[in-house]
Design a protein around this ligand. Structure first.
Ligand code: ADP
Length: 267
């Protein structure tokens, strides 16, 4: 393996609790190098899943958190000035393509439209990346795999993926886990006992029912893990829930009142 991507290998197994057949299905998609979209709400385990899969497949994982300022140059690379003149620097996508890593574009719809265009030739049979500024066409290493995450929940139509992009990918659906599984995850990730984890998960599940009625998305597994972590640290449950679960998701007094009610009912 090339030295450039070795640092991206995961040395220890990231804990991932499967909810269904996603591990088997992803392995098959990887074997065919079918580009994949991981769909689902924020904080439901998509990133943890890809980390786990990269570890399982023993492939380096290069993650790019996408945002509205991310340009195609941030992905593919650019010429930079140094003491010897202008030198080309590969971006994270180019590094993954050249040397054979899994490239994970997190929240890809946040990126500007021109960034999704650069991935098209990589996501079909061509498996190439044109570096126009450098006049180079990079052929993807056989191990290269393209994966992106996408939250269909709070996207306006202006921020949807193009059909031509979607059609190049396979997609796996992710949801917040079933209650028993979520309790297991929260115990394991935060260190709280089963009783406390069940109460926290109960609050989160109630909050998810408010989706579309004052909040865009309910309390995620990530937030429940954070609240559990504060409790395990010795903070009382009310303050922990307030800091990690209720206050971050809404500024609306009525919604906060409802969420506080859920906390009162559980602790
Ligand atoms: P996403 O990428 O979907 O926004 P993450 O993968 O970062 O969410 O998940 C947030 C946190 O929730 C993780 O750090 C982990 O603690 C926990 N988590 C969620 N689902 C799982 C799962 N199935 N197995 C293990 N941990 C999980």
């Amino acid at each position: 393996m090339n030295e450039r991507i070795k640092p991206y290998l995961l040395e220890t197994e990231p804990y991932y609790r499967p909810a269904g057949r996603e591990i088997e299905l992803f392995e098959a998609a990887y074997a065919r190098r079918m580009p994949m979209i991981l769909k689902g709400p924020t904080g439901c385990g998509k990133t943890r899943f890809i980390e786990h899969m990269a570890w399982r497949l023993r492939k380096p994982l290069i993650t790019v958190a996408c945002n509205e300022d991310l340009t195609s140059s941030d992905l593919v690379g650019r010429f930079l000035l140094d003491a010897n003149g202008t030198v080309w620097h590969d971006g994270p996508l180019t590094t993954a393509v050249r040397f054979g890593a899994i490239c994970y574009l997190d929240e890809v719809v946040e990126a500007r439209a021109d960034t999704t265009v650069v991935i098209h030739p990589l996501a079909d049979d061509r498996r190439t990346l044109p570096l126009d500024r450098r006049g180079e066409l990079v052929r993807a290493h056989p191990d290269f795999h393209l994966v992106m995450s996408y939250n269909p929940g709070y996207q306006s139509s202006a921020k949807d993926l193009k059909v031509s992009t979607k059609q190049r990918f396979g997609a796996l659906d992710f949801h917040y886990p079933h209650a028993e599984i979520e309790v297991e995850i929260v115990m394991r990730e935060s260190g709280v006992d089963r009783e406390t984890a069940s109460r926290l998960v109960g609050i989160a599940r109630q909050s998810r029912e408010l989706r579309g009625r004052g909040i865009e998305e309910g309390i995620s597994t990530r937030m429940v893990v954070h609240a559990g972590g504060l409790i395990a640290h010795g903070i009382d449950p009310h303050a922990s829930c307030r800091i990690a679960m209720t206050r971050p998701i809404s500024d609306d007094e009525d919604v906060l009142h409802a969420l506080d009610g859920f906390v009162e009912a559980h602790f």
